[in-house]
Design a protein around this ligand. Sequence first.
Ligand code: SAM
Length: 272
Amino acid sequence: MKGHQPRKRFGQNFLVSPGVIRKIVDAVAPRAGDTVVEIGPGLGALTEPLLERLEHLHVVEIDRDLIARLHQRFPAERLTIHAGDALEFDFGALKAAGPLKIVGNLPYNISSPLLFHLAEYAAVVSEMHFMLQKEVVDRMVAAPGGGDYGRLSVMLQYRYSMERLFVVPPGSFNPAPKVDSAVVRMIPRKVGVTEGNPRGTGETAIDHALFARLVQAAFSQRRKMLRNTLKEFGGEALLEAQGFAPTARAETLAVADFVRLANVLTAQTQTK
Ligand code: SAM
């Protein structure tokens, strides 16, 4: 790490395990001509082995000291460094010949807002591989019925097929975080309304903003029954008309159930 003092505010836990680094790069399986962007390259633990397999790589990094090091270490024609905040970065601007592959050992302090930011670009992405806190990955991939299943699960599973690939212990990083981490693969699903397909694929929330509000309200007080948390959307009447028990709670509904409820509401407002 020679001379770099890890910055907590940027979530800097640098990968130091060659075995874990190899496993991540193998999971990404980059091919020479792929358009790949790494979020938070840091000291280059993943950057270097990725560049061994790629002609070119984009990185987004916020820490100026690390940016200066990256400039010194990698030639500009192989590595394009986007200096700035990944939360504000326009990933759509990178889509070149093909769809984007996004990778990163993400700063854990911004993982949820970053995942929501990235979801806006799902249409131009072919796959993403991220290291995150294991607890967050477990929430992302959780099935209905359990305590891990919540807003993050529904909103991300709506957009992506996701798989937890492997768990990474704290000792694989410097400094070591207090918790286990895990690597997740996220592949965008074909959802969304397009001009030629105004009703989407059948699993598409016609009004995405309404779907997002419904899911947020449903999980806002997860112990409460949906007839209460969804009152502003029609509560008990809405649930019963769609065949759900009036006593149902948010964690018992599948992603497709939330999509169906949102689309019923959209249809109601459109016929008014
Ligand atoms: N990829 C390196 C590794 O695996 O060793 C570093 C990973 S470290 C967990 C997170 C990296 O993201 C750091 O380099 C940090 O400076 C960077 N970072 C933190 N917040 C960021 C942000 N908002 N936008 C872009 N990069 C950020």
